[in-house]
Design a binder for this molecule. Structure first.
Ligand code: HEM
Length: 304
């Protein structure tokens, strides 16, 4: 933390006096409040870029449209939290794309930095469930019927995240529009993050079997004895590569952690009722728990 700014005097307990209205700051040195003139670079088409215009705050704040009569107080939270999730999913996908490239080109520091960023976001999105859990079952029931068939099950970006990692299967995208299903089909033919990691191992000097490198990308990743033998070697004698493997394991665990927190939230909010998306609800969600995305990283632990 730096020194308090001169124009916001502090009392002897370090509290800003301005916050209590005790002292007004001196008038700004130019109309925009900056101590130096606005830089030309901040102008676009002769108009200064502001916080609101840069971030499109006006449009963003128009996007929360409750459907319930009243509307019900808690519907705003429900909408905001889902929108925030979608923004984080967007950022995770953006980072995952970068990570994929960093692994394929064996840029270890970039890969590890990116993994750490994704993991920090994952922690944030898991923690957000606490906020939603302040909503009681009755509060949710007050607007649940307005959701009709809408469900997180239909989140395209969540599926893209699963696809990026390598957790793929047509069954989970069959309800999406045909054009989007075609996109997922095309994505299925491309290497996943796990496949990028196998290439990273090759670039690090490990002899990953061709059968693994040329596996059918549309199929879920399955455990391989040969890859585990390589990983044993990595863990025993290659700290940099094993650190990357550990961060990938954290990512797998982070996703499982989200699934667990989500299903507990669902159980406490709707019990064993069916989901709005048409599934058996909590029962379906429980069937998705503890499914490893990178099975070899888990399996190798028993052999270390
Ligand atoms: C009161 C809050 C919530 C309830 C009651 C709830 C309920 C459910 C249920 C019952 C399902 C199973 C599919 C279905 O039949 O609808 C589901 C799936 C899902 N929900 Fe939620 N959910 C809630 C909040 C959230 C939030 C905040 C997110 C964040 C995006 C989310 C994301 C998902 C995803 C991605 C799935 C699909 C999981 C999978 O297929 O593996 N849900 N949810």
């Amino acid at each position: 933390m730096g020194q308090p700014r001169a124009e916001f005097p502090q009392d002897d307990q370090g509290l800003s006096l301005r916050a209590f209205g005790a002292l007004e700051p001196p008038p700004p040195r130019n109309p925009a409040g900056f101590s130096s003139p606005l830089r030309q670079g901040a102008l676009r088409g002769g108009v200064a870029i502001t916080y609101s215009s840069y971030l499109h705050v006006g449009e963003l704040l128009q996007l929360q449209k409750p459907l319930s009569d009243g509307p019900e107080h808690d519907e705003m939270l429900f909408i905001v939290i889902h929108q925030v999730y979608e923004l984080w999913f967007k950022q995770i996908l953006h980072e995952a794309n970068y990570l994929h490239h960093a692994l394929e080109t064996k840029q270890t520091p970039a890969a590890q930095r990116t993994l750490k960023r994704i993991l920090t976001i994952m922690k944030t999105v898991v923690a957000q469930i606490d906020v939603l859990e302040t909503m009681t079952p009755l509060q949710f029931n007050a607007f649940r019927d307005r959701l009709d068939t809408a469900s997180g099950f239909q989140s395209e970006q969540f599926r893209r995240l699963e696809w990026a990692l390598g957790h793929r299967g047509a069954g989970r995208v069959g309800h999406l529009p045909k054009a989007v299903q075609a996109e997922f089909e095309a994505l299925s033919q491309k290497p996943s993050l796990w496949d990028a990691f196998l290439r990273y191992l090759v670039a690090s000097g490990y002899a990953v079997p061709t059968a693994q490198l040329e596996r059918r990308f549309a199929e879920p990743v399955t455990a391989s004895e040969e890859v585990q033998a390589i990983l044993l070697n990595v863990y025993r004698s290659d700290p940099a590569t094993s650190q990357t493997a550990e961060l990938l394991l954290d990512l797998d665990e982070g996703l499982q952690e989200w699934r667990y927190r989500h299903v507990k939230m669902v159980e406490r909010t709707i019990g064993m009722k069916m989901g709005t998306g048409g599934s058996a609800g909590a029962e379906y969600l429980r069937s998705t728990l503890f499914r490893a995305v990178f099975p070899d990283l888990w399996a190798v632990r028993s052999k270390l």
